[in-house]
Design a protein around this ligand. Structure first.
Ligand SMILES: C[S@@+](CC[C@H](N)C(=O)[O-])C[C@H]1O[C@@H](n2cnc3c(N)ncnc32)[C@H](O)[C@@H]1O
Length: 201
């Protein structure tokens, strides 16, 4: 499957300009808040939230005292929203970059996934798994949520999928610590998303 629409910077900037941001939960989501609450400072020093959008997860981590939280997004509007809400978030940690062009210099301990994978052209899914592994230290973690649902045929995101399909992308690079339906999803996403915690091989 390949997206019929080019999902480039202009596309995403257009979504923000048109206020078509239905993915935006307006706050950190419960599965990620619960996951972050059990992290110790030594578990995750360098953290990246790719395709972060307005980045409530990065804000939460920052307020919890994690000092090396980075966000990457191709839409400057998304990064500006975080900067305006959280003026003390380090400006140098706001990366206006394509996820696939990011360099692991130095690599990250933790990557956070939420409605980024489903926003990408499905043809890029193998490259997403590979780039996540490339950006992480050995033993580093990819944690977050993947929609396990069928959104029907659509030219535009979100794009759904199955657990079996997802497993095949991540298996070459990751050990599966957790890969189950989330029990604490936001109500509209209930029973439709997997909570994943994968460790880089
Ligand atoms: C569906 S939104 C999700 C935002 C956020 N993760 C959330 O849950 O609210 C997808 C985001 O990914 C960004 N994006 C899309 N393709 C990207 C790419 N190749 N590199 C970096 N960001 C990208 C878009 O600009 C948008 O902000």
């Amino acid at each position: 499957m390949k997206s019929a629409v080019q999902l480039d910077e202009a596309y995403w900037r257009g979504r923000y300009a048109a206020h078509q941001t239905g993915w935006d939960a307006g706050a950190i989501t419960p599965p990620l808040r619960e996951y972050f609450d059990q992290l110790g400072p030594a578990d995750a020093r360098r953290i990246l939230v790719p395709g972060a959008g307005r980045a409530y997860e990065a804000e939460y981590l920052h307020r919890q005292g994690f000092s090396e939280v980075y966000v990457a997004d191709i839409a400057p509007e998304a990064l500006q929203a975080l900067q305006q809400r959280v003026p003390d978030f380090p400006a140098t940690h706001l990366l206006h970059q394509d996820f696939f062009a990011l360099e692991p210099a130095p690599p990250f301990d933790l990557l956070v996934e939420q409605t980024f994978f489903c926003a990408l052209d499905p043809a890029l899914r193998p490259a997403y798994a590979q780039q996540c592994a490339r950006l992480l230290k050995p033993g580093g973690t990819l944690a977050g949520l993947l929609f396990e649902t069928d959104f029907g045929l659509s030219a535009e995101p979100p794009f759904g999928g199955t657990r079996a399909e997802y497993r095949a992308y991540f298996e070459p690079y990751f050990h599966f610590v957790h890969f189950e339906t989330a029990y604490n999803s936001l109500r509209p996403r209930q029973d439709r998303e997997l909570f994943i915690c994968l460790k880089k091989k």
